[in-house]
Design a protein around this ligand. Sequence first.
Ligand SMILES: Cc1cn([C@H]2C[C@H](O)[C@@H](COP(=O)(O)OP(=O)(O)OP(=O)(O)O)O2)c(=O)[nH]c1=O
Length: 202
Amino acid sequence: MSAPASMPTQRLILASASPRRVELLSEAGYQFEVRIPEVEESHDPTLSCEALTLENARLKASVITHQQPGALVIAADTLVYLDNIPFGKPNDLSHAAEMLRQLSNRTHTVCTGVAIASSDGFEKTFAVLSQVTFKSLNDALIADYHSRIQPLDKAGAYAVQDESAMIIHSVTGSWSNVKGLPMEKLMEELTALGIESTPSGL
Ligand SMILES: Cc1cn([C@H]2C[C@H](O)[C@@H](COP(=O)(O)OP(=O)(O)OP(=O)(O)O)O2)c(=O)[nH]c1=O
């Protein structure tokens, strides 16, 4: 089957400093390079979670598409939303503890916006929402949890992938979306673009 004229080249770049995103894409079996986009992320609270995370994902992708003509670039942005208020990465450990106090015993939304783009003007964007319900957390448990994970580089000051039984009651929707990349939808979009993964062991 011949590729459509608009189909971008298959050199794949993940525009991200997030080790979680590298891990997810790599575990899914993709061959890719990593470039770190230096951007000032928007925190505009008037935007919807989809609009804000997509704006940031597009910004991250565009920095790298300009530096890497011809490559297909994936970028993403993850935010935690409680009562429509965005929680990004905490400023310090006391801010991190305060975030978990607010998330305690509640269900919040995790929104990841993804941009797939290339320098020829190709762009595909989508946002995926997951729901996470927290257990009831007291200050001692929050301190114990934060001593076991690194909360400062994670939206909402927690990690679904680390020690999650301590704090999380349930996740509804995509689990990988909470960790930073909605792999189910991303793989569907990459397949549509002719980018295939090679699962390990094959
Ligand atoms: C909610 C949650 C977020 N995170 C992480 C994923 C992202 O790395 C981070 C959200 O910040 P982002 O700004 O989306 O990503 P980043 O700055 O780490 O990396 P880059 O912008 O270069 O791609 O929070 C987890 O690792 N586990 C979780 O459970």
